[in-house]
Design a protein around this ligand. Sequence first.
Ligand code: BDR
Ligand code: CA
Length: 315
Amino acid sequence: MVNERIPVILDGDPGHDDAIAWTIAHASGKFDILAVCAAAGNQTVEKTTYNALRVCALIGLNVPVASGCPKPLMTELKIAPSVHGESGLDGPPLPEPVFEPVEGRSVELMAKVIRECDRPVTIVSTGPMTNTAALLLAYPELKSRIARISMMGGGLRNGNWTPAAEFNILVDPEAAKIVFESGVPITMAGLDVTEKALILPEDFERIRAQGTPVSKVVAEWLDFFYTYHKSLGYDGAPMHDPCAVMALIHPEVFTMKDVYVRIETCGDYCRGATIPDWNGRWGHTPNVTALVDVDRRAFCDRLVELIGRYREVLA
Ligand code: BDR
Ligand code: CA
């Protein structure tokens, strides 16, 4: 029988929205999750690795987990405790890890699983792209074995950490540049769409009402994540990272357009910006399939439904 599941590596910096992205990925049954890699970003890599292991324990995901690069390629790490708390995943208590991370860094684990997989592997990148860039630098021969990178980062119109730059790209613009110039197909979930993929408090209650251990934690992650966004005037919690997963599970809820995107690594004001060339002025063929719009209601319904599957997944 043909295996129609998509082989994936989950590479992120959990982080509330990373954790929810991984939770729906596992529930969907759409993927063979080959590895989980922790990136430095929302918190230090020690904390995101611990969080990755705790999320795996919560959702019953038993795959190799590796710790990633401790800092960006060229600069010092920026973290986001204002959004995700001191632990990187503040809010509800979580189960302790049920296994240890593998020896070695994520770059080696990624290379191993890509080499051993009988099909090209998709990388779901929901943090700064340091680990994926390191993989491309260290093992260029594996590039042709990467089917796609489905990533959350950037914005085609604006940033969130500076007026020009989104957090994941701003933390490691050099890594993003390496990835965007690699020739590997990219699906980009940028702020233009992820800020529209807003889950509202009434949806939190639908999740809470499912009454499973996972749904209870997800609802409390949403409570925590929303507190920060509410203080900025949002009506709900933007599901940034789940968009990078949902684009693979339910692409029909998005509108997508192909475009050539460059990463700004210099500039007085625009370091970390993702610049789309809508008019073909740079003369390049598109390197990105960008999510440009989302049916918010359909997105939220699918997200709630996927979390509801934990009744069966963990039964
Ligand atoms: C991105 O930054 C992080 O705080 C989130 O996890 C998401 O990946 C949004 O800009
Ligand atoms: Ca993230």
